[in-house]
Design a protein around this ligand. Structure first.
Ligand code: PLP
Length: 398
């Protein structure tokens, strides 16, 4: 039998320490590896598979579109792109959309838009304020936006015009604002940074400051969009509207697509300003349309809210049984379990053996982001596997 891990060691760039699981297929909340072992997937392709793996509505749309038309270039109109644009705009507070291929690219487009706005309406202002512990992607500009030193160190000199300030500190944003500032870009809830919630009044305060100063407020909803927090978009959960919103992960039902949307007042891009060969192609847009339409028409965000509460309560009961768990935080189906020691690597490895896939978001915290269609039975089963994995990790810790 092929040794896939050996092939990876030999041929693939060593950019990630992978879990020793070679996944062959997925269905709903579960995946199976090459040996036929079954796992509950509480990573959902990194908050991507909001409808689970290979949802029939998405698979059917891809099959039909793949046999009809995949790619034309944006010189021409195509119907899946425009159907997707319509459903996103009509169900959000934003007025216009552009499609990219990833989250980082969506954020790049959003920052370009904000800089053009600054050029036109704020005397050439170009600077972008972002938060520490944020995550905005891996392109050269987005590592400057991402306020985590370990993502920045090797790529210096960083792209100029980005200022990273403390999250949940409105005064820090006010102090960093100058004549050069054109935009503030934030996650409504920091995902990759450890599942960090905005404090009471923070986002509302930032909104008011941006209005007062004429700054564009960008919400990076690459992780929080499309139902993850129990509302279609995270800004609805936060109760604060952005001027620009970016999406990716959960948008495509599993295929790579990103988007940035803006309000009419800052729709400043003109022909020639921005573009993408693959962005908005018929194939990924058909998949994203099928997924988004299903999420809206079946009230998947409402299910995520309810089932997320159930998962949280189940984890809180685990916390009462095991003092190693010191906190359960997050909202909807974007949750973290905090430990009293740096054992998340061991917990994730032990849970793999128990048949549960997790993300060690911090040395002392795991992130849970299962498909939004998860059932109570699957949650009970997943948390039972987590409890067994945690106990084994603790035993091996001594
Ligand atoms: C994952 C993520 C990105 C980057 O998306 P890619 O598709 O990997 O480029 C950007 N912002 C947030 C909040 C993310 O979670």
């Amino acid at each position: 039998m092929t040794d896939w891990m050996e092939l990876e060691r030999r041929y693939y760039m060593f950019v990630v320490r992978r879990q020793p699981v070679v996944i062959l297929r997925g269905q709903g909340t579960r995946v199976w590896d090459v040996d036929g072992k079954e796992y509950l997937d509480f990573t959902a392709g990194w908050a991507v598979n909001n409808l689970g793996h290979c949802h029939p509505a998405v698979t059917k749309a891809i099959q039909e579109q793949a046999a009809t038309l995949m790619q034309t270039s944006n010189q021409f109109y195509t119907t899946p792109q425009l159907k997707l644009a319509q459903v996103l705009v009509e169900n959000s507070c934003l007025d216009r959309v552009f499609f990219s291929n990833s989250g980082a690219e969506a954020n790049e487009g959003a920052v370009k838009l904000a800089r053009k706005y600054g050029r036109l309406h704020r005397n050439g202002a170009y600077e972008v304020i972002t938060a520490l512990n944020s995550f905005h992607g891996r392109t050269l500009a987005m590592v400057a936006a991402t306020g985590q030193p370990h993502y920045q160190e090797n790529w210096k000199p960083l792209a100029p015009g980005f200022v990273n300030v403390e999250y949940n500190d409105l005064e820090a944003i006010k102090k960093a604002t100058s004549d050069r500032t054109c935009t503030v870009m934030l996650e409504v809830l920091q995902g990759e940074g450890g599942v960090n919630l905005p404090s009471e009044g923070y986002l509302k305060g930032v909104r008011e400051w941006c209005d007062e100063q004429g700054l564009i407020l960008i919400f990076d909803e690459v992780q929080t969009g499309l139902g993850r927090l129990g509302t279609l978009f995270g800004y609805q959960w936060a109760g604060v509207e952005p001027d620009v919103m970016t999406l990716a992960k959960g948008l495509g039902g599993g295929v790579p697509i990103g988007a940035f949307l803006c309000k009419e007042k800052c729709a400043v891009l003109e022909p020639g300003d921005h573009g993408s060969t693959f962005g908005g192609n018929a194939l990924t847009c058909a998949a994203a349309y099928a997924s988004t339409e299903y999420i809206i028409s079946h009230n998947v965000p409402g299910h995520a809210r309810e089932i997320g509460e159930y998962l949280r309560r189940t984890l809180e009961r685990l916390q009462r049984r095991n003092p190693m768990v010191t906190e359960v935080r997050g909202t909807g189906l974007l949750l973290a379990v905090q430990f009293g020691a740096d054992i998340s690597g061991k917990v994730v490895a032990a849970c793999n053996n128990e048949g549960l896939l997790l993300n060690p978001v911090r040395p002392n915290a795991i992130r849970l982001m299962p498909p939004l269609i998860i059932t109570r039975e699957e949650i009970d089963e997943g948390v039972a596997r987590l409890e067994r994995g945690l106990a084994k990790a603790q035993a091996s810790q001594g």
